[in-house]
Design a protein around this ligand. Structure first.
Ligand code: CP
Length: 325
């Protein structure tokens, strides 16, 4: 267990050692148990968190806000369009100034080619921890909640097989931060990864190379396939969601045309039957119901999506308590 996490940023899980992440998960399990027992844990009494959003959210905003209150502190919701950012406040100014008002700065900025750099620029100027609520490259709190959920449902993740699969969605071109974060974290905890996507939907090459290197280091499998059925075969964890073809095109119309070629990439009961009999179905939500995944799967016995969403609260509280105390 690592006890010296005060002041640390959480921008990607790559910047935390496995032992540090295990510490965060241990604290998350403890806080979840205490909440179930009605035991208060005001570990951040009088502390404040700025939550700066450049993009909409249901789960992230709600869970950070509830989490800060449960830790005895306060979270301020700041929607970027209501600030002076458009009129000239730079990332440096946001880091310097919010860092003097608040004890932590959490940011969601998923703009392609901008989000991660923006968060890092704020972090460089901030005297308090900066927490990545999702950028164009990473979604660390989602993925830590996912790992917590896998541990709850499947026990030790070592040797388990996860398929990280693309799925069709009609709503909009979604960020690639979730699949990228999954393939980077799961090998470190011993999971075999199968990454499955249509050819026009690759992830960032440097991220895939890093994931392969981690798989080699930890002695786990890492395969890429371009067939949804193939990917599902024998999986213990099915994690299928849509993402945009950002490495192929950033033009929304062209991207939509590419996406529409693959309407048959939907999670159905038949496809779930290709996975292990006791496989779990995961999705960070929101999902395009009956387009990305059949309602019978999303609401079915193998789905763990609500426990997964709940665990956002517990991992975020753990990391805030460890870094912002
Ligand atoms: N999973 C997730 O990040 O959900 P929100 O976009 O609603 O925050």
């Amino acid at each position: 267990m690592q006890t010296n996490l005060r002041g640390r940023d959480m921008i990607t899980t790559l910047e935390w050692t496995k032992e540090e992440l295990e510490t965060a998960l241990e604290v998350a399990f403890r806080l979840k148990q205490e909440r179930a027992l009605g035991i208060p844990h005001p570990l951040l009494r009088d502390k404040t968190l700025a939550m700066l959003f450049f993009y909409s959210s249901t789960r992230t905003r709600s869970s950070f806000e509830a989490g800060m209150a449960q830790l005895g502190g306060h979270a301020a919701f700041i929607e970027s369009r209501t600030t002076q950012i458009a009129h000239g406040d730079t990332a440096k100014e946001i880091g310097e100034i919010l860092g003097r008002y608040f004890d932590g700065i959490a940011i969601r900025n998923v703009d392609w080619g901008i989000g991660n750099k923006y968060i890092r620029d704020v972090a460089s100027a901030s005297r308090v921890p900066v927490l990545n609520m999702q950028c164009d490259i990473f979604h660390p709190f989602q993925i830590l909640a996912d790992l917590m959920t896998i541990m709850e449902k499947k026990g030790n993740p070592q040797g388990k097989r996860i398929v990280v699969s693309w799925a069709y969605a009609a709503s909009y071109l979604k960020p690639i931060s979730v699949p990228q974060s999954l393939i980077l974290l799961m090998p470190r905890f011993g999971m075999d990864v199968v990454l499955s996507y249509p050819p026009e939907f690759p992830l960032m090459p440097e991220i895939v190379e890093e994931a392969k290197a981690l798989a080699r280091k930890h002695g786990t499998g890492f395969d890429i396939v371009h067939d949804m059925d193939e990917g599902f075969k024998g999986a213990d964890v099915v994690y299928a969601k849509s993402w945009g073809p950002l490495l192929t095109t950033t033009d929304p119309e062209e991207g939509k045309k590419l996406q529409d070629k693959y309407k048959d990439w939907i999670v159905t009961d038949e496809r779930m039957a290709l996975a292990a009999p006791d496989a779990i179905y995961m999705h960070p939500l929101p999902a395009d119901r009956d387009i990305e995944v059949a309602s019978s799967v999303l609401d079915g016995p193998q789905s763990v999506v609500f426990d997964e969403a709940e665990n956002r609260l517990h991992v975020q509280k753990a990391i805030m308590a460890l870094t912002m105390r």
